[in-house]
Design a protein around this ligand. Structure first.
Ligand code: ADP
Length: 327
């Protein structure tokens, strides 16, 4: 399929300029709340102030990440609060952001019979990009996501990771200043996840890239800023370093006999357990030394995330007995 085979309405759609360099991002979310009809609150009083860089939007399933992203993508309206893009209110001027938005939804589907290039031609026309510059732009976007060689292969032959990269290529067509990517690593193998991580890091720069995920390693070492959601509320916003600092001096490691692990799980927030020849090596986040044998270790972002979200474990704050063990 070519652009010229598309309906005239798509070709007549407003021609967006193809800017060479994305304009500086500036996104403010003010006291945002959203309740789905008949449901409970999906977002409650969320505020964020974001400039260029890579925001890791982190939270367990059901935390409200997709809902927040759909508000930012101007697909749903909040019940309360507002979003400002470069000072302009989305409720009144959604097009101010739409022209500068690239969006990869969680359920992105491709037309498997088309090649990557044909598919992007189709979407470029639907998005109303000026036909004159479109072929160059498509080639550039496919190159940016590492698919230049595969551009003319059918999408039915693409792996899951390659399809996600096509999804990012389509989101880049208008050289967006805001790129929003919803859980892109789901179903990808470790190598493809790593590749996607590197790609999104490269795409940040002057842009704001928002990457939602429930997997800490997706944003560890790449996010310049974090926002952690749980049950619709913002539990943390700031740098990864500041979140790490919150778990400093509260992360412990020691090895226990395997038989003790189930009981310890009942009363400790265990971030990692690894089988070792002498037993099971535990990594635990706790405000106090959880066992005489436990040694303090430098926290990982996973530990800090657990420390932020783990509910207080019954007994974990119990005073140690005379032998230094928790009762
Ligand atoms: P996440 O992306 O973090 O997994 P979601 O934003 O998808 O979270 O969901 C947040 C909450 O809103 C969940 O309780 C979910 O069941 C609910 N929810 C999501 N979409 C809808 C919808 N269209 N209608 C009603 N409830 C919804």
């Amino acid at each position: 399929m070519t652009i010229h085979a598309l309906p005239a309405a798509a070709r007549r759609a407003a021609a967006l300029p193809l800017t060479a360099v994305a304009a500086r991002a500036d996104l403010r979310v003010e006291n945002l709340s959203l309740r789905y009809p008949g449901g409970r609150a999906a977002l409650t009083d969320v505020s964020l102030d974001l400039g260029p860089g890579l925001l890791g939007l982190l939270g367990p399933n059901g935390a409200g990440k997709s809902t927040l992203i759909r508000v930012l993508a101007t697909l749903v309206r909040p019940t309360a609060g507002r979003v400002l893009w470069k000072g302009r209110d989305l409720a009144r001027e959604p097009d101010a952001l739409r022209a500068e938005l690239g969006y990869l939804p969680q359920d992105f589907g491709v037309y498997a019979a088309l090649s990557a290039r044909e598919f992007l031609r189709f979407l470029a026309a639907v998005k109303g990009l000026a036909p004159r510059a479109v072929e160059d732009r498509i080639a550039r976007c496919l190159d940016d996501v590492g698919l230049a060689e595969a551009a003319d292969r059918r999408l039915s032959e693409f792996s899951g990771g390659m399809r996600q990269r096509v999804g990012i290529a389509q989101a880049l067509l208008n050289d967006p200043a805001l790129l929003v990517v919803d859980e892109p690593t789901v179903g990808l193998d470790p190598e493809e996840r790593l590749r996607l991580r590197h790609l999104l890091t490269d795409l940040a720069g002057e842009r704001l890239v928002i990457l939602s995920t429930h997997i800490v390693s997706d944003i560890e070492a790449t996010a310049t800023h974090l926002a952690v959601l749980a049950q619709g509320r913002l539990r943390y916003t700031g740098t990864p370093e500041d979140l790490l600092a919150q778990a400093d001096g509260r992360t412990w490691q020691w090895t226990v006999p395997a038989a003790q692990v189930p009981a310890l799980r009942q009363r400790l927030a265990i971030s990692q357990s690894v089988q070792r020849p002498g037993g099971v090596q535990l990594r635990v986040v706790a405000d106090r030394r959880p066992s005489d044998d436990a040694e303090p270790v430098a926290p990982s972002l996973e530990d800090a995330y657990l420390h932020l979200l783990a509910p207080p474990v019954p007994g974990s704050m119990a005073a140690p007995d005379r032998a230094g063990r928790l009762q």
